[in-house]
Design a protein around this ligand. Structure first.
Ligand SMILES: [Zn+2]
Length: 101
């Protein structure tokens, strides 16, 4: 997909607005918000074993079999599971998930 400079700016502005709304609504509802790294390879990591498959960077690949554990991974579902676990890691690193808090 080729993006013009203007369409990239519109995309970036929309994404920034979504993040702003998520932060705002989380704070309003007294919920935690964690933003993972933009370049976290969520759709390339097998959610079952953690193997990173660089061969599936191509967005046209919607399903892939893990070469390490042979599980069949749907790109979107894998990404959502990996993002959830990455957010949980940030939560645990924050110290809010410990019994001492
Ligand atoms: Zn695997």
């Amino acid at each position: 997909m080729v993006q013009s400079p203007l369409s990239k700016k519109i995309y970036d502005a929309s994404w920034a607005e979504l993040i702003r709304q998520l932060k705002y609504k989380s704070k309003w509802k007294n919920k935690l918000f964690y933003q993972i790294d933009t370049y976290y390879p969520s759709s390339q990591i097998c959610p079952r074993c953690g193997y990173k498959n660089k061969e599936v960077k191509d967005l046209r690949i919607r399903e892939w079999e893990c070469p390490n554990c042979s599980s069949l991974n749907d790109r979107d579902i894998s990404a959502s599971v990996n993002i959830m676990f990455e957010g949980l890691k940030l939560y645990m690193k924050s110290g809010l998930g410990t019994a001492s808090q």
